[in-house]
Write a protein that binds this ligand. Structure first.
Ligand SMILES: Nc1ncnc2c1ncn2[C@@H]1O[C@H](COP(=O)(O)OP(=O)(O)O)[C@@H](O)[C@H]1O
Ligand SMILES: CC(=O)N[C@@H](CCC(=O)OP(=O)(O)O)C(=O)O
Length: 304
């Protein structure tokens, strides 16, 4: 006989159900009126059921008096649209090299379909959400990102220009502060205007989430991705990672691709005073509630 899933017994017993709900109380008190920034990665938006469970978690947080701010990605969705349009895409250090045409597609996909789908799913879960980009309310302005890399052959440092890829420069929190006092949940797409040239810039969603969490002095920054957390070189999950260990893993290429901006953002967010930064598996239904409202914290906790 199969073991029933946790909570299955409670579903048939009102007393057990009530006890189960009551276990969330200390966590609700811990995060009361605190800001939790949740980054929902494009790879974690795997299925309709996962999207629904995510929207329920976010709605529940808001109803519980917590201030959730959603930042979403959409890398795979952008790549699919670029493919359909016959536009080639190249990557460097987990960032998409972005020319003007690509930036237009990024804005169309992120601010358009992806953002509105998340807003609608939250609405269907019973919450009220508003979709915004970094451009709205002049929330996040950026400068052009230049990446410093060391050529492995010559050991010489050089700057790589990624095109219209932005690095957050100024974050204005007024709009988010107004929303925090309302019933409305902000759902943010990482598309911003350049501070110097007013052009449209593509911003990595992890970087954007870190800048927002830092400016809001968030209690928690959660990254929902498509892996259980950070792996060591044998693909074992690392439960806790210090900043020094994380830097070493980037340098020795144990951490590569899309995990680089995620981990770099975690390091930056800790430096900006965000209290807890976790990378966790967005493919686990209700990952947000599991992380915040139970002792069963999953994923990788990044520590100073
Ligand atoms: N050390 C590592 N541990 C876990 N994942 C890693 C590691 N190095 C690289 N990755 C890759 O990072 C990916 C997550 O980043 P990304 O694809 O950008 O996801 P998201 O869309 O959630 O931002 C994982 O699917 C994995 O392939
Ligand atoms: C500069 C850069 O790389 N921008 C990302 C923005 C979307 C994103 O970050 O999406 P995920 O969170 O799903 O990876 C991109 O173009 O794919």
């Amino acid at each position: 006989m199969q073991t029933p899933p946790p909570g299955a017994a409670a579903a048939h017993d009102p007393v057990l159900t009530a006890q189960l709900i009551a276990t969330a109380l200390p966590y609700m008190l811990r995060y009361d009126e605190k800001t939790v920034v949740v980054k929902f990665g494009g790879n974690a938006m795997g299925s309709e059921a996962l999207g629904k469970a995510f929207a329920e978690d976010i709605t529940l947080l808001k109803l519980a008096g917590i201030n959730p701010v959603v930042v979403h990605g959409g890398g795979p969705q952008i790549s699919a649209m670029l493919d359909r349009l016959g536009i080639k895409t190249q990557w460097d250090g987990g960032m998409r090299i972005t020319d003007k045409k690509t930036a237009e597609v990024v804005e169309m996909v992120l601010a358009g379909s992806v953002n509105k789908e998340i807003v609608q799913t939250i609405t269907e879960a019973g919450g009220r959400a508003i979709g915004l980009t970094g451009k709205d309310g002049n929330m996040v302005t950026v400068t052009r990102m230049k990446r410093l890399v060391i050529d492995p052959d010559s050991n010489i440092e050089r700057l790589i220009d990624l095109g219209f890829v932005g690095e957050p420069k100024t974050v204005r929190t007024e709009v988010l502060e107004v929303l925090a006092k309302s019933e409305i949940i902000p759902v943010l797409a990482p598309v911003c205007a350049g501070e110097d040239d007013g052009e449209t810039y593509n911003v990595n969603a992890d970087t954007f989430a870190g800048a927002i969490a830092g400016a809001l002095h968030a209690s928690r920054l959660l990254f929902l991705t498509d892996v259980p957390g950070v792996y060591d070189r044998h693909r074992n999950l690392i439960k806790e990672l210090t900043v020094a260990e994380a830097r070493k893993m980037i340098a020795d290429k144990t951490i590569v691709g899309g995990m680089i901006p995620k981990v770099e953002t975690c390091i930056e967010a800790l430096a900006q005073g965000v209290e807890g930064v976790v990378i966790l598996d967005g493919k686990t239904p209700h990952a947000v509630l599991l992380e915040l409202f139970t002792e069963r914290g999953a994923g990788t906790l990044i520590k100073p």
